[in-house]
Design a protein around this ligand. Sequence first.
Ligand code: GLN
Length: 483
Amino acid sequence: MVRFTLAKEIRDRILSGAVSAVDVTQAVLDDIHARDENLGAFLETFDIEALAAAKAIDDMRERGEELPLLAGVPVAIKDNMLCEGHIASAGAKILGEHRSAYTATAVQKLRDAGAIVIGRTNMDDAAMGSSTETSAWQKTYNPWNTEKIPGGSSGGSAVAVSAGFVPLALGSDTGGSIRQPAAMCGVVGVKPSYGRVSRYGLIALSSSLDQIGVFAHTVDDARLVLSVIEGRDDNDATSVDLLEPPTPYNLPPTTFANLRIGIPKEYFIDGIDPDVRARVEEAIDVMKKNGATIVDVSLPLTPYALPTYYIIQPAEASSNLGRYDGIRYGTRGDGGLNESYFDARGKGFGAEVKRRILLGTFILSAGYYDAYYKKALAVRTAIRKEFDDVFEQVDVIVSPTSPCVAWNMGEKFNDPIAMYLADIFTVSANIAGIAGVSVPCGFAHDLPVGLQFLAGAMHDEKALAAAAAYQAVTDWHTVTPST
Ligand code: GLN
């Protein structure tokens, strides 16, 4: 059985002097070097820098200085977050040699809070994918069964936490890339409301959908990180001030009393694995028995969410990826100007990325713009309104995170539609800009199942509180893989 230690415990032990930050960091690095070869979570560990940062924490403690909130806590970051001087490739070949000129706000805030950035984790090529198989670099395996995918695109970060390497990891979620791999690897995944965490220094996939968030074993641990990274940042004009003060990291135990939970019938459709559905229904029963009020709600536009996402997402991606021409960034192409563009992009982008660029360029071209893109934006507004209306009636919405458990490596790799369908329950939150949390709620076919809590835009605390209340009365998150 994999053993894991919560971030809170590590922090408290360092604060009390029971362990040194250097010992914790060295143990984490040794564990990764010994076990990650078979899991492929990390693309690189930042050993020297991590140990130096840990030493600085120990020195502060020795001098009697007050230690910051995440003092000595190891954190992994997804390969699409900039960290000055380090490679950040976003899982893409074209950025394989690209060294960051500055550090992402979320990463800097972690460092300022004393966290030890351990290394960068594997991900799908340019964050496009649901299985981490499109990474240009390596495969990442699900610790629960290494014949299975870990989910994606933040598969490396999900595995880093699930396998017990680190208590916390950052990921990004454009259509489910935190919540879906969290569900498939049996850990907590939080996608904050759009704008809650600065995207400065996050390699853009789709700027109106992207959001940085957290993997952890418990909602409380995730809160610890969120309270550090969230909030307005002058370097990201779309980041917003919080409605409430920064998320407290140790709220009193939450309960289900007075909590109204909406169950949207459109999320319990044919096509969900019946065992996944059964686990989610059992979880709803648990919440009901513990005092929650269960309300049937309807989100009739749900069937349009996936097509809307797969129009807006490629459209924005095709525009964002235009900067990777092999001249300003990344691998150089050969030949004259035009030839070198073709060459760099031909060699540097994988098949899925090329598919999205072609789709997005088509969608945005004259004649098709109105038919597809404009229509998708109109549907997006309607989807947002629909969620706003439902959140007038309930505090949170509960659904499965994914319609299925982790599938076999390679199973959907050559079937993009099947891969896209796996995002059916996660994309709406990005389209509407609302908060989403996935927590483990049991097993189907011996693999973890995720339960999704959604809350209105900038009401993240409601989803976090409900998810924490669920974890307080269940112990699925304490079960670990044997790898
Ligand atoms: N699987 C979705 C996609 O391929 C979501 C990706 C993401 O959230 N980064 O677009």
